[in-house]
Structure formats: structure tokens, C-alpha cells
Design a protein around this ligand. Structure first.
Ligand SMILES: *Cc1c(COP(=O)(O)O)cnc(C)c1O
Length: 221
């Protein structure tokens, strides 16, 4: 079973670098997967999931939560500021805080609700023009703005490395940025590189296709 195999590989990767068991959490990325596959993973006892679109999550998770009230869903894709309130209804964590306008909207909404999801700042370590995320040169200032100006607790940093580069370089860079800002959370590593991410300190790995099988090509990425 794919879930079990991934759980075992995570455990082995933790042992290899003397990390405590369970210190790298597995986010099962269920975007674009048929509901039967998601139900199957829920039945096996897994409770932490990732989605990259607010709309898709809204059509899927409220119903699953009825049967599995202890489920946690993390948003790992871009968040438009006009969807902040909806996102706070749907997600226990947001991994893609990446601009001041969004930080401000989040702060206002969090204040009204009286509770805050776990927040990660996405960093565009590869400085790719098409990719979301704060640039490395701006990350320290942006974290400071989130924390000091908007009173948002930032749990950690998140990265999606460039596809054609060695991910470990980007994981190491993200870890260094987190350390110098006093942050513990590191959301990094996907199906093809989660073991390397764990070796470099990942606290959350986001694994989709290796658990659920390939996504339908072209539908979403
Ligand atoms: C889709 C996605 C993943 C999972 O990718 P796989 O290669 O299927 O493991 C991880 N992180 C983000 C941000 C994603 O959008």
C-alpha cells in the first residue's frame, strides 16, 4: 500500500539523521484525486491532507469532515485575498503567505474570528518569475512585517524548488532562512525528494502522487 510505504520511508529518513520519530509530518496532497482514493487513505487512518485550491477543497472536505472530524487540511497553493475568509473556514494551516496585502487581510480576518491557522511564508528561493513566494532578499523583512505590523504568528517557511535544480540546495537555503528568523517549521519536500528534505530538517513534507497515484495530466498542478 502506497501510504504505508511512504510512512515507512519517512520513518527511515528520520532515523538516518537521528531525528525523533514523527518529527516530519506527512501531508497527503489530495488535489485532483478521485474521492475514492481520498476515502481510502482516510480509512487507513491518515488525517493530514493538503490542497492547492480553495474552491476544490470547499467541494470536498466539509463532507469528509462529517465522517472524520479530526481531519486537518492545509492549503499549499496560492491564496487570493478575497478568499481569506473562506480559507479560514476550510484550513488548519496556510503554507502560502507571500505578500503584505494577504498578510493584512489575514490579520483582519483572524482578529474577527479569534483564532489563527498555522501560517507559513512561501519563499521563491529560485527567484523564478512565474512562481509565487517572497524573494530571498525580502524574506527577513516580510516575516518581520507579518509578526510586528500584523501580529501574525509565523510557524515557518515553505518552498517549491525549481524543477530543474537540485532540491537540496533550496532546502538548505530555506532552513538557513528559517533559523536566522527563529522559525521552526519547514514545509519542503514532495514525492520525488521528501527524504532529502527530511535530511535537511523538513517538519512537513507534501506528498501527492507517490501516495495517491498520478494526477490526471493537465487538470491541475
Ligand atoms: C501538488 C503539490 C505537491 C505534491 O506533489 P507530488 O509531486 O505529487 O508529491 C506538493 N506541494 C505543492 C505545493 C503542490 O502543489
Amino acid at each position: 500500500m502506497a501510504l504505508l510505504e511512504i510512512q515507512q520511508r519517512i520513518a527511515a529518513a528520520e532515523v538516518k539523521v537521528n531525528r525523533p520519530a514523527g518529527s516530519a509530518q506527512l501531508i497527503a496532497v489530495s488535489k485532483v484525486q478521485p474521492n475514492e482514493r481520498v476515502a481510502d487513505v482516510l480509512e487507513q487512518g491518515h488525517r493530514l491532507f493538503g490542497e492547492n485550491r480553495v474552491q476544490e477543497a470547499a467541494g470536498k472536505w466539509p463532507e469528509f469532515r462529517i465522517g472524520y472530524p479530526d481531519v486537518q487540511v492545509h492549503l499549499i497553493g496560492p491564496l487570493q485575498s478575497n478568499k481569506v475568509n473562506q480559507a479560514l473556514e476550510l484550513f488548519e494551516a496556510i503554507h502560502t503567505v507571500d505578500r503584505e496585502k494577504l498578510a493584512k487581510k489575514l490579520a483582519d480576518a483572524v482578529q474577527k474570528r479569534g483564532s489563527c491557522p498555522e501560517l507559513f511564508v512561501q519563499v521563491n528561493t529560485g527567484e523564478e518569475p512565474q512562481k509565487a513566494g517572497v524573494l530571498p532578499s525580502e524574506v527577513d523583512g516580510f516575516i518581520k512585517t507579518c509578526v510586528e505590523t500584523y501580529d501574525l504568528p509565523i510557524a515557518g517557511l515553505m518552498v517549491i524548488p525549481p524543477v530543474d535544480e537540485e532540491p537540496s540546495l533550496h532546502f538548505a537555503l530555506l532552513s538557513k532562512m528559517a533559523k536566522r528568523n527563529g522559525l521552526d517549521g519547514l514545509s519542503m519536500g514532495m514525492s520525488s525528494d521528501f527524504e532529502r528534505a527530511i535530511a535537511l530538517g523538513a517538519t512537513h513534507v507534501r506528498v501527492g502522487s507517490a501516495i495517491f497515484g498520478e494526477r490526471v495530466a493537465g487538470v491541475n498542478k
